[in-house]
Design a protein around this ligand. Structure first.
Ligand SMILES: *Cc1c(COP(=O)(O)O)cnc(C)c1O
Length: 454
């Protein structure tokens, strides 16, 4: 096995870091570490970790899992030697400055220079903060999101004690504007959540049309781009409707985006951006003990979470330093490769009579969903589960998703009115997926043969 490049990076950077504190008197850390005992425990730990799907490998093409970049892993491990807490400047001075710079670079993606924003532990928390602010500004009003939006929005509504309503989606999984207007007309809608990149199929809600509609009824617009936010960088590689939606993001009131999904970061790295910095007033609190050393802004003063991993900010800062968020360059190229892989798989599926693709057209981002052709809906669903298992036996890991049968070619898998199908789903978010498509396809067809679809 080859030595992990990040171990050498970490060794070299650790020496630089130690030199930064070289003026301090030596001390012996307590308790003394028993190297042999630690090695034993770590060997056991590594063994336990073997009981995972191989998320790092290109044949893992199931859920939204993407290995963090080596520079992110090295920077995170380096920061662990300090273990900064970005709650307050007392706990993480350098890492707070790095967080502010890193978040500013993400906001610039959407054309924002004056805003309020910070990292969060997750997309869920970024969405929670955005909708909490919406609830402060529109107390007691409803939150609405597409029925394909992440389930967390309904739950967040429960946490915030704000009513939630789901808006019907079209055959591409996008929020339907007529259904949205019906809901808005009833009055009392405080915030519309537009999802740019749904979790199930990477559908892009028509934000450019949602915005003026929501504004007409006085509702705020929150963009959940936890998954799809970075595709704004390569909007030129998307189809026209998605391109228009991404072009409109800057006019939204708030945005959630997850560096730990498509931003090459270890988990624990979401990001919330609020367009109007004045909403910072809602976070105000008096803490007698946290902020003493500086008059500068503390990130803890604009965050619902208190202790936050400074290491997450350090890793993100280092990654963006190496791979700037530009339309050209290695980061954008990584996104483009996944997008091309998804279009390639979609073309192969459409040309193969054993499968049924979404009738409305190709994927909008890098997530492909498809059904198995069968005489009846139930059989199609059963076959999908069999293919899923047969793929896993060939080390190809896909995912399953329930979608309305009506969205697929009616002749392919006739199902009763209103029925859902179990479909296959593949998130092709690793740059390697493009080059691995032949290997993926060969295994899928073999699995299909084993499941008796021929
Ligand atoms: C993943 C996801 C979330 C939740 O984010 P976490 O980081 O998992 O908490 C919310 N919305 C969308 C669209 C997502 O894809």
């Amino acid at each position: 096995m080859t030595r992990e490049p990040f171990l050498d990076l970490l060794d070299a950077a650790t020496q630089t870091l130690q030199a930064e504190f070289a003026g301090l008197p030596e001390f012996a850390p307590a308790p003394g570490a028993d190297a042999e005992a630690m090695a034993r425990v770590l060997a056991e730990t590594a063994h336990r970790l073997g009981d995972n799907y191989p998320y790092f490998h290109p044949l893992y093409a199931g859920q939204m899992l993407k290995p963090p970049h080596p520079v992110a892993r090295a920077a995170y491990a380096l920061a662990m030697q300090i273990n900064p807490n970005n709650h307050a400047l007392d706990g993480g001075r350098a890492s707070s400055a790095m967080e502010i710079e890193a978040v500013r670079a993400i906001a610039a993606l959407f054309g924002w220079t004056e805003f309020l924003g910070h990292l969060t532990s997750s997309g869920t928390f970024a969405n929670l903060e955005s909708l909490w602010v919406a609830g402060q500004l529109r107390p007691g009003q409803r939150i609405v999101a597409s029925e394909q939006a992440h389930f967390t929005h309904r739950r967040i509504g429960g946490v915030l004690r704000l009513e939630f309503a789901a808006i019907a989606a079209d055959a591409r999984g996008r929020m339907r504007l007529d259904a949205l207007e019906d809901e808005l007309r009833q009055g009392g809608v405080g915030a519309v959540v537009a999802t740019l990149g749904t979790t199930a199929m990477g559908a892009v809600d028509p934000l450019d049309e949602i915005l003026p509609l929501a504004r007409r009824y006085g509702a705020r617009v929150h963009v959940d781009a936890a998954y799809g936010g970075y595709f704004g960088l390569i909007a030129d590689a998307l189809d026209a409707p998605a391109r228009r939606a991404y072009a409109a993001i800057g006019a939204a009131d708030s945005i959630a985006i997850d560096p730990h999904k498509h931003g090459l970061q270890p988990y624990g790295c979401g990001c919330v951006l609020l367009r109007d910095p004045a909403v910072g007033r809602f976070y105000q609190h008096d803490s007698p003990y946290t902020y003493f050393t500086s008059k500068d802004l503390h990130l803890g003063e604009i965050s619902l979470e208190c202790s936050r991993a400074g290491a997450a900010a350090v890793a993100l800062w280092a990654t963006q330093r190496l791979l700037p968020l530009t339309n050209e360059g290695a980061f954008a190229e990584g996104l483009r490769r996944g997008r091309r892989a998804a279009l390639d798989l979609d073309r192969r599926l459409r040309a193969d009579g054993r499968f049924v693709s979404l009738a409305a057209g190709p994927p909008e981002l890098d997530i492909v969903v498809w059904a198995v052709r069968a005489a009846r809906g139930e059989e199609s669903s059963r076959r999908a589960r069999e293919i899923f298992d047969a793929c896993a036996r060939r080390d190809l890991h896909l995912a399953l998703v329930q979608l309305p049968a009506a969205w697929f070619d009616a002749h392919g898998c006739a199902a009763e009115q209103g029925a859902t199908l179990t479909c296959l789903r593949s998130v092709l978010m690793k740059p390697e997926h493009e080059a691995w498509m032949d290997a993926i396809w060969t295994r899928l067809l073999a699995a299909c043969g084993e499941a008796g679809c021929g």
